[in-house]
Design a protein around this ligand. Structure first.
Ligand code: HEC
Ligand code: HEC
Length: 418
């Protein structure tokens, strides 16, 4: 039988036998080594203390041991479930802690490691980058201050994947490529740190609204040629009234719209865009002011991507913001004539978007990576921002809208007349 067994079993039996024989030998040796006690225990040896009495051992001593055991049992019985109850909290704490560490590291890269701060300002409030312009032959034209957008609202405009794309590849040779895919110095992990940092610095909706509306008010004041707040308020009220009137007109023309707020909104917009509503011109001017919103270096404008030269003030008649160059840099410029984003003039948006509603929806949602849009919009890299609210399911956050529905509609009315 031993022979038939496997090698492991054989070895096992051998070990068992050795242990067994060893044990027997130990017992025999131990028994032989033991001696009877010398003398009797009737009298205690001089070097021994009397032990406890039986009454005590079986009474209070035993009770104390049992009580101690009970206490230990209670500690385990209560402590373990309590520890278990705290487990989800510990898990969340770990995630929050990881987020915090990532954002801290991103913050270090932002301020020191990669100098984002130099161009985008402390905590991403926006700034500018020195850019040297050259002509087609490569000759020096001018050094300009190119507006660098605020990043403390960037997650309202772009998904994190879209932000990652800009970080990896840069943009227009003025925003450097940082990620390895674009030949930049940062690892994918460091790009993640920066994105976590951006999550941290996003400003609350009220602050975003204040910034955007502040720029709009500046634009209106410039348009009116006055610094008078009351005049700006009055102008904005007139815009609201124009919208109300257009909606009333739309409803009067088609009472099947009744009760459907969205349908009334877009029917009114169609009238304001086509010029049929009395307040159309005013509304389109409002759209133009929004298109050129100067707030935070033009972060919330459309012109920074759709009008070449707007980001370095070359679209003004003077030499504002231009270093070492006398007179306007560009001999001419074309409003919405296209730059990073396509040319929007010549009725191109009418071709792209059959209705004002589709046009408005596009500006609200922006273009997502790889997705097509309109009639012939190709799937790009998602660089046309969304100006409506953005829900980020991964992070579980709703980022506030950059522009209100009314503001988006006004830009649509303006663009459909370019
Ligand atoms: C040398 C200046 C400079 C540095 C340094 C720089 N950027 Fe930029 N960045 C720009 C400019 C300018 C733009 C706008 C490009 C344009 O107008 O085409 C931009 C655009 C961006 C955008 C797109 C935002 C939008 O709304 O369009 C993001 C995101 C961004 N930068 C993040 C960063 C981060 C993060 C860093 C640091 C790793 C960084 N940038 C470093 C100049 C810079
Ligand atoms: C950061 C740059 C950027 C900004 C800011 C921007 N756009 Fe764009 N826009 C683009 C790009 C790029 C495209 C082309 C779509 C693509 O490939 O992602 C585009 C496409 C469009 C189109 C479609 C044009 C066509 O014919 O296909 C419209 C309309 C448009 N933008 C309107 C706006 C409006 C309105 C705003 C301001 C509220 C705005 N854009 C702000 C970059 C920008």
């Amino acid at each position: 039988m031993l022979l038939a067994a496997s090698t492991q079993r054989t070895i096992g039996f051998v070990i068992l036998a050795v242990v067994f024989i060893g044990y027997v030998v130990y017992l025999i040796l131990n028994a032989r080594a033991s001696r009877d006690e010398v003398g009797s225990e009737i009298e205690l040896a001089a070097n021994r203390r009397p032990y406890l009495e039986d009454e005590e051992l079986e009474g209070s001593k035993l009770d104390k041991s049992l009580l101690a055991g009970l206490a230990m049992l209670a500690v385990i019985g209560v402590g373990l479930p309590l520890y278990w109850l705290g487990e989800p909290g510990r898990h969340e704490g770990l995630i929050a802690n990881t987020d915090r560490i990532f954002a801290d590291r991103g913050g270090e890269l932002y301020t020191e490691g990669s100098d984002c701060q130099q161009c985008h300002g402390a905590e991403g409030t926006g700034g500018s980058a020195p850019v040297t312009l050259t002509d087609a032959e490569g000759n020096f034209v001018a050094t300009v201050a190119w507006a660098a957008p605020a990043l403390n609202t960037v997650l309202s405009r772009y998904s994190e994947d879209e932000v990652r794309h800009v970080l990896n590849y840069g943009r227009n040779n003025v925003m450097p490529a940082w990620g390895a895919p674009g030949g930049g110095p940062l690892t994918p992990q460091q790009i993640e740190y920066l994105i976590h940092y951006m999550r941290r610095i996003q400003i609350p909706e009220s602050e975003l609204r204040e910034t955007v509306d502040g720029g709009v008010r500046d634009g209106i004041a410039e348009h009116l040629g006055t610094d008078d707040d009351a005049a700006v308020d009055e102008w904005l009220n007139a815009v609201d009234a124009a919208v109300e009137e257009a909606r009333a007109m739309a409803l009067a023309a088609d009472d099947s719209l009744s009760g459907d707020d969205a349908a009334i909104r877009y029917a009114g917009l169609e009238l304001l865009a086509s010029g049929e509503a009395p307040g159309s011109e005013l509304y389109q001017t409002y759209g133009e002011i929004l298109f050129n919103n100067p707030a935070a270096g033009g972060t919330y404008s459309c012109a920074r991507c759709h009008t070449y030269g707007w980001s370095f003030d070359a679209t003004t008649d003077g030499d504002d913001g231009i270093d070492g160059h006398a007179g306007p840099i560009l001999e001419s410029y074309s409003v919405a004539g296209g730059f990073f984003g396509p040319n929007l003039t010549g009725g191109s948006t009418l071709d792209q978007f059959e209705t004002a509603r589709l046009h408005s929806d596009f500006i609200s949602a922006g273009q997502s990576i790889g997705a097509t849009y309109g009639r012939g919009g190709a799937g790009g890299n998602g660089q046309m921002p969304g100006f409506g609210p953005r829900t980020d399911d991964d992070v579980g956050v709703i980022y506030p809208a950059t522009l209100t529905e009314d503001q988006i509609d006004a830009i649509v009315a303006f663009e459909r007349n370019l």
